[in-house]
Design a protein around this ligand. Sequence first.
Ligand SMILES: NC(=O)c1ccc[n+]([C@@H]2O[C@H](COP(=O)([O-])OP(=O)(O)OC[C@H]3O[C@@H](n4cnc5c(N)ncnc54)[C@H](O)[C@@H]3O)[C@@H](O)[C@H]2O)c1
Ligand SMILES: N[C@H](CO)Cc1c[nH]c[nH+]1
Ligand SMILES: [Zn+2]
Length: 442
Amino acid sequence: MLRIITQWVEAQSELRRIASRTHDDMILNKEATVREVLQTVKRQGDKALLHYTQEFDHQTLTPEQLRVSGSELDAAYQQVSKELLDAIRLAAQQIEAFHRQRVPKSWVQFGEDDVVLGKRYTPVDRAGLYVPGGRAAYPSTVLMNAIPAKVAKVPHVVMITPPGPEGKVNPAVLVAAQVAGVQEIYRVGGAQAVAALAYGTETIPKVDVITGPGNIYVTLAKKLVYGTVGIDSLAGPSEVLIIADSKANPIHVAADLLAQAEHDPMAAAILLTTDSALARRVVAEVERQLVDHPRRTLTEKAIAHYGLVVVVESLEAAAKLSNEFAPEHLELEVEDPWAIVEKIRHAGAIFLGYSTPEAVGDYLAGPNHTLPTSGAARYASALGVETFLKHSSLIQYSQTALQKVANAVNILATAEGLPSHADSVRKRMENPSGEVDLDSPL
Ligand SMILES: NC(=O)c1ccc[n+]([C@@H]2O[C@H](COP(=O)([O-])OP(=O)(O)OC[C@H]3O[C@@H](n4cnc5c(N)ncnc54)[C@H](O)[C@@H]3O)[C@@H](O)[C@H]2O)c1
Ligand SMILES: N[C@H](CO)Cc1c[nH]c[nH+]1
Ligand SMILES: [Zn+2]
C-alpha cells in the first residue's frame, strides 16, 4: 500500500531513505558477496563463472557453452514474431538517429604565435555491454547499449547477459544484438559477469569500459571494478518520480508508478502532487491495478518499501524535493511542464506533459534508457556515445610562444620545487635551434 505524507520534513527524510536504499543495502549485506565473486573470478576464470552460474542462476554450463553460438544466433530469428522484429527495428532506428545528433568531434584551434590547441576523440578499444536478464529480458537495453558503442566506432564490442531457463538466452535479446551489430555474446550474469569483463577469463576478453544497467549485485560489482576498467554510471534498480497537478489522470499516474516498480523489489516509485484528492485516487488506483498484475509479488514489495506519495504546497516545492532526490526518471504531469523544467536541476531523463509516459523513453523515443539511479543523477548522465569515447588534449607551441611564457613557467615550477620542469623550458631558450655540439664533452 502506498503511503501518503503531507509533512515537509518527513517527506525529505523518506526521500533520503529511498535514495540511499542501494547504498545501505550494498554496504550492509551484499558487498562481501560481491567482493568474493570478483576475487574468485579474477583467480579462477571460467571455472568460477560456471560455479557462480550454477549457484545464482541455477544453470549448468560447460566452458564451451559460455559463448552463444552462431547457430543459436541464427535460430533466434525464427523464435521472434514479425511484429516484435519490426518493433525492435523501429526502436533501433530511433535510438540511432538520436545518438547521431551530437557526436563529439575532434577540434583544433590556431592561436597567436602559431600555438595550436585542441582535443582529439578516440573510441575505447573494447567495450563490454551488460544486459540484465534476471527478472525480465531486456532487448531494449541491448539497443540502448550497443547503438551508442557502434556510433562511437568501438572496434570490439562484446555483450554479456545471464542465461535463462535451460541455459538459453532470450531470443529477442539475441535478435536485438544482431540488429545492433553485436555478434560476440556470452551467457553469464551478475557480479561474475562484470568480473569477467573487468579481468578477462580464458573465454571472455577483458574490456576497457563496462556499460549497462543491472540489479544491486551488478551495480555494486561495477562500482568495485571502476578503475580497473571504466564504467558508464551506477544504473541500478529503476526509479520514477512524478510531479502531478490536479489535472493529471490518476489512472495514468498509477500505471506509470507501477511501470517502474515492476522492474525490481528495490525499484522506487514516488508521486509529488499539489492535489490531495489526486493523491488518494492514485493510491486506490495502484491497488486496483495490482490485483491482476502478473508481477504482483515483486511489484508490491517495491511499492511497500520504496513507494511514496507526498502532498506538497506548490509545484515549486515539488521541484525542490525532486532536486534533493535526483531521480532516474522524472515525469512532469502538469499543465505547463516547460515552466517547471526550468526549476529542475538533477534528473536522468525528464518526461514532459500528460501524454508522455516514461515507457516511451524506455523503448523507442530515442534518448538512452540507461540512466543514473540512487541520487547519481546529481553528478552523472545517461549512457551515450561519449561513454565510449575519450579525448586527448593537443598542444603545440612555437619557439616565440614558448619564449613569452618561459618566465611564468619558471616561477610556477620554482614555487612547486620542481627544477627540471623549469629547466625543460629554460634550456630551450638557451639553445633555441636545438643544435647539439657533438665535440663538446658531455
Ligand atoms: N537504471 C537503468 O538504466 C536500468 C535500465 C534497465 C533495467 N534496470 C534495472 O536492472 C535490474 C535488472 O535486474 P534483474 O535482476 O532482472 O537482472 P540482472 O541481470 O541485473 O541480475 C541478475 C543476476 O544477478 C545475480 N544474482 C541474483 N541473486 C543473487 C544473489 N543472491 N547473490 C549474488 N548474485 C545474485 C545472478 O547472477 C543473476 O544472473 C533491475 O533492477 C532494473 O530495475 C535499470
Ligand atoms: N525503465 C528501465 C530503466 O530504469 C528501462 C527499461 C527497459 N525495459 C523496460 N524498461
Ligand atoms: Zn522500465
